[in-house]
Design a protein around this ligand. Structure first.
Ligand code: GRF
Length: 215
């Protein structure tokens, strides 16, 4: 069975509001999901704009992608904050400064607090490389391999205080092959992440705003 058979085309078209969604992306890593979202915007599949990218790790690959795409990137190094709440307050201030309406956690590897969640009620999405509620937390791909599951995948969900919890927006499924390593399974999952994340943003926005039409 191929991944495309397991995860058929998404029955979602872009939301039809005239005003683009104002996204703020939070990322700690390579930023491939951020770029997939930017590509969906450029291709006209997602009516949105990435207002800013916040990253917490000075070496994060997302910075080079942001520079190439001309998106302002702001470093908020968690090591320089005395508490999680202090970091979240600065994140909120930065997101508001860029008029962000939807917060997109695309590989953000820090726990967030209720302070951030309350600032963007039901407007924060996260992507996780497993079929939640299975395998939350770190090393989700390794957890799936260790459990011997035959299928895994990825989940876009609304963010709540408990890590990798919250209502699910979209999932995609991939097979786990007998000779898979964390690297090969992760790569198969990432293909699906890049597919579902833009669609999930569109769907979540359409559900949040009844004025927005989907078909
Ligand atoms: C993704 O696999 C995502 O599921 C996890 O972090 C990874 C980020 O990858 N939360 P990238 O930085 O978008 O390439």
């Amino acid at each position: 069975m191929t991944p495309s058979l397991i995860s058929p085309p998404l029955p979602i078209s872009p939301h039809l509001s005239n005003s683009p969604l104002k996204l703020g992306v939070m990322a700690s890593g390579s930023g491939s999901n951020m770029e997939a979202i930017a590509r969906a915007i450029a291709d006209g599949q997602l009516n949105a704009n990435i207002q800013t990218i916040i990253y917490n790790n000075p070496d994060a690959g997302v910075v080079a992608r942001a520079n190439r795409l001309g998106i302002p990137a702001v470093l908020l190094n968690h090591r320089e904050f005395e508490s999680r709440e202090a970091l979240d307050l600065k994140i909120i201030q930065t997101l508001k400064q860029y008029q962000v309406e939807w917060v997109i956690m695309a590989g953000w590897m820090r726990r967030v607090t209720q302070v951030l969640i309350d600032a963007f009620p039901r407007r924060i999405l996260n992507i996780h490389p497993s079929l939640l509620p299975s395998f939350p937390g770190v090393r989700a791909v390794e957890q799936a391999l260790a459990a011997g599951v035959k299928f895994s995948g990825c989940t876009v969900h609304f963010v709540e205080l408990e890590v990798d919890s919250g209502p699910i927006v979209i999932q995609a499924v991939v097979p786990v092959l007998p000779d898979d390593t964390p690297k090969t399974l992760q790569a198969r999952i990432q293909v699906q992440e890049h597919r579902i994340f833009p669609a999930a943003i569109s769907l979540a926005a359409a559900q949040a705003d009844p004025e927005i039409q989907t078909c």
